[in-house]
Design a protein around this ligand. Structure first.
Ligand SMILES: Nc1ncnc2c1ncn2[C@@H]1O[C@H](COP(=O)(O)OP(=O)(O)OP(=O)(O)O)[C@@H](O)[C@H]1O
Length: 239
């Protein structure tokens, strides 16, 4: 469903991605692993239309060529991003933040059904719907960020380090919910440093190093691959 090849992104003279490729099939969960600065966020931003890829980069989604298109068109095509740091409006309430995720045309007519789905996945957001986001815990804010992305009824949900800053018990809950979202038919593309937790819900993974893909394979193989363990399994990944 998502097919990326030869994706290159430059920040001025600095090349952050040197021509990477990856695929995500319908209803598949894929993880991108890599150290700080490897280019993981840049990859997601390029797919989401938030940074411009170099001409010649190919990003195809559900039969459409989306490379270089603006972010709002890519959202309409069915790709949503939960950015690193979550990108919420801290002074607005939970409900207001969720409603802001529903502005895509493709989701407007189903807003009530999408909200019901978000409340089903995150029951705590029902009780907290009038609470200002800045007063919530990190785990609750992550629920709002994922909920807001789901309000656009994406076919592909991309998450940039969703477990960052969460206590280990919340990391477990987060990945259980992401697995449930995947079971409901949404494709997931997840950038993570938490190797074990993310691979445990994924079908496949890729290793990104200094702007190049240096490995890929089934999650069950990567989770036991010594190269992955050496390169990426820091203290946080052992949690
Ligand atoms: N806006 C920017 N301007 C210039 N250079 C940037 C910009 N954003 C990222 N870079 C550089 O591009 C490279 C890839 O960054 P990116 O944020 O994609 O990596 P990452 O793998 O997501 O790392 P992290 O986990 O630290 O976010 C890094 O060398 C980074 O310093």
């Amino acid at each position: 469903m998502l097919e990326v090849s030869g994706l290159a992104v430059d920040y001025g003279k600095h090349a952050a991605l040197h021509g990477v490729g990856l695929t995500v099939a319908e209803a598949e969960t894929v993880v991108i692993l890599g150290a700080n600065g490897a280019g993981k966020s840049t990859l997601l931003k390029a797919v989401a239309g938030l940074v411009r890829p170099r001409p010649g980069s190919v990003i195809d989604f559900a039969g459409q060529r989306i490379a270089g298109r603006p972010g709002h068109e890519i959202l309409e095509a069915g790709i949503a991003l939960v950015p690193e740091g979550r990108g919420l409006f801290p002074d607005l309430t939970v409900s207001e933040n969720l409603r802001l995720g529903a502005h895509a045309h493709r989701a407007r007519k189903d807003e009530a059904a999408n909200l019901a789905m978000v409340h089903d996945l995150f029951p705590r957001l029902v009780e907290r719907r009038r609470q200002t986001v800045s007063t919530m815990s990190g785990g609750e804010q992550q629920m709002v960020a994922i909920g807001r992305a789901l309000m656009s009824a994406p076919r592909l949900l991309m998450l940039d380090e969703p477990s960052l800053g969460l206590a280990p018990v919340l990391v477990g809950e987060l990945f259980a919910t992401l697995a449930e979202i995947g079971r409901r038919g949404v494709s997931l593309l997840i950038v993570e440093q938490n190797v074990r937790a993310s691979l445990s819900i994924a079908g496949r993974g890729y290793l990104l190093e200094a702007g190049r893909m240096v490995g890929e394979g089934p999650a069950t193989r990567l989770i036991n691959d010594p190269a992955v363990q050496h390169a990426f399994m820091g203290a946080s990944a052992e949690a």
